[in-house]
Design a protein. Structure first.
Length: 101
């Protein structure tokens, strides 16, 4: 429910949550063969990295926050999925450019 954080006044976590739709858009753009997929993917990766800089996060609808004490496996898996997509798109574009005469 990360998209709802904007309604509760948590603007920065909402912006970071936008990495998720950007990821989906980048996959769609890449499948269609558009270079914009790379830009969306890199943007999503940067937003995911920015999450690691937060000290606290809103945890309920009342606006209460909790301290982020550590970044667990879920965060690293989330970040890795963005990084792998970005790297894959970059490598794909390099390979496609080599095949062009």
């Amino acid at each position: 429910m990360g998209w709802m954080s904007f309604l509760g006044g948590a603007f920065i976590p909402f912006i970071i949550w936008l990495a998720n739709p950007l990821y989906i858009i980048s996959v769609i753009q890449t499948v269609k063969g558009r270079i914009t997929g790379l830009y969306y993917s890199l943007s999503a990766t940067i937003l995911a990295i920015l999450f690691s800089q937060l000290d606290s996060i809103m945890t309920s609808e009342s606006g209460s926050t909790s301290q982020i004490t550590s970044l667990g496996r879920g965060f690293w898996l989330w970040l890795a999925s963005f990084a792998v997509l970005s790297l894959g798109i970059i490598l794909n574009n390099i390979i496609l450019n080599k095949k062009k005469p």
